[in-house]
Ligand binder design. Structure first.
Ligand SMILES: Nc1ncnc2c1ncn2[C@@H]1O[C@H](COP(=O)(O)OP(=O)(O)OP(=O)(O)O)[C@@H](O)[C@H]1O
Ligand SMILES: [Mg+2]
Length: 233
């Protein structure tokens, strides 16, 4: 089986030379679910950003990353990286408030090669995949007309629109209430299974790590300290 992402000796440092992530290596197999855990400030988000190609311009990365067998430059990219997509902590800032849900999905689908003639039907089925029962109506709504959980599921649909092999979810449910958290985690699990996507789930919640992933990778002070097998959930 191929791997979704392979990270070798990744380090992230500031221009002044301070090391924020130190020499970490790990692999996610195809369709594998891995939790990235550790205290606040341990380097989880920076590791995710290096994989996604979205590190802040003030930071530098070294090491090697391959996504779906292709070597990519760690750190920062002029364009979005093929094969990986992300869902972030705060869905209210991740969506464009001025564009309807349908237009936001359309932009991503068209940018990834979906023909205009079929874009709406693909958008509708993505919204169905993430658990919306009335996807046709949803296409016409603005983000401000949605609840937090609905917004996060829209973000998930947009992430899937580029058909990623790896979904990086950085605390995707922290901003949501408990019931809505479960709904979003269920949606992630459902689409992950349907599309065969690997998952890197950053979470502070041990229960979520144990029940929603196959194993955990723990970071502390920029280093990878151990790996543990989770409970199948
Ligand atoms: N742009 C930046 N410039 C300088 N230092 C940074 C920058 N971004 C993050 N850091 C520092 O790097 C370290 C790791 O940050 P990171 O955001 O990866 O932590 P985290 O594990 O995701 O924490 P949390 O659980 O709170 O989200 C922290 O000490 C943080 O202050
Ligand atoms: Mg973080």
């Amino acid at each position: 089986m191929g791997h979704a992402v392979h990270v070798r000796r990744l380090s992230v440092h500031t221009a002044a030379g301070a090391r924020l992530v130190s020499d970490i290596s790990f692999t996610l197999e195809e369709a594998e679910r891995v939790a990235l855990v550790g205290a606040s400030g341990s380097g989880k988000s920076l590791t995710a950003a290096a994989v996604l190609g979205t590190l802040p311009v003030t930071l530098n990365a070294s090491g090697a990353i391959s996504v779906c067998g292709c070597d990519v430059r760690p750190g920062r990219l002029p364009r979005s990286r093929t094969g990986v997509a992300a869902v972030h902590q705060d869905p209210s800032t991740a969506l464009n408030p001025l564009l309807r849900v349908g237009d936001q999905l359309d932009l991503v689908l068209r940018a990834h090669g979906t023909r205009a003639a079929v874009a709406t039907s693909v958008a509708t089925s993505l919204l169905e995949d993430v658990g919306f029962e009335d996807p046709d109506k949803l296409l016409w709504r603005y983000p401000a007309e949605l609840s937090g959980g609905q917004r996060q599921r829209v973000c998930l649909a947009i992430a899937l629109a580029c058909r990623p092999k790896l979904l990086v979810a950085d605390e995707p449910t922290t901003a949501l209430d408990v019931d809505t958290q479960e709904q979003v985690l269920d949606a992630i699990e459902r689409v992950r299974q349907r599309h065969g996507t690997a998952l890197m789930l950053i979470t502070h919640d041990r229960r979520v790590a144990a029940t929603r992933t196959d194993r955990s990778i723990r970071m502390a002070q920029g280093e990878l300290i151990d790996e543990a097998t989770g409970v199948q959930g």
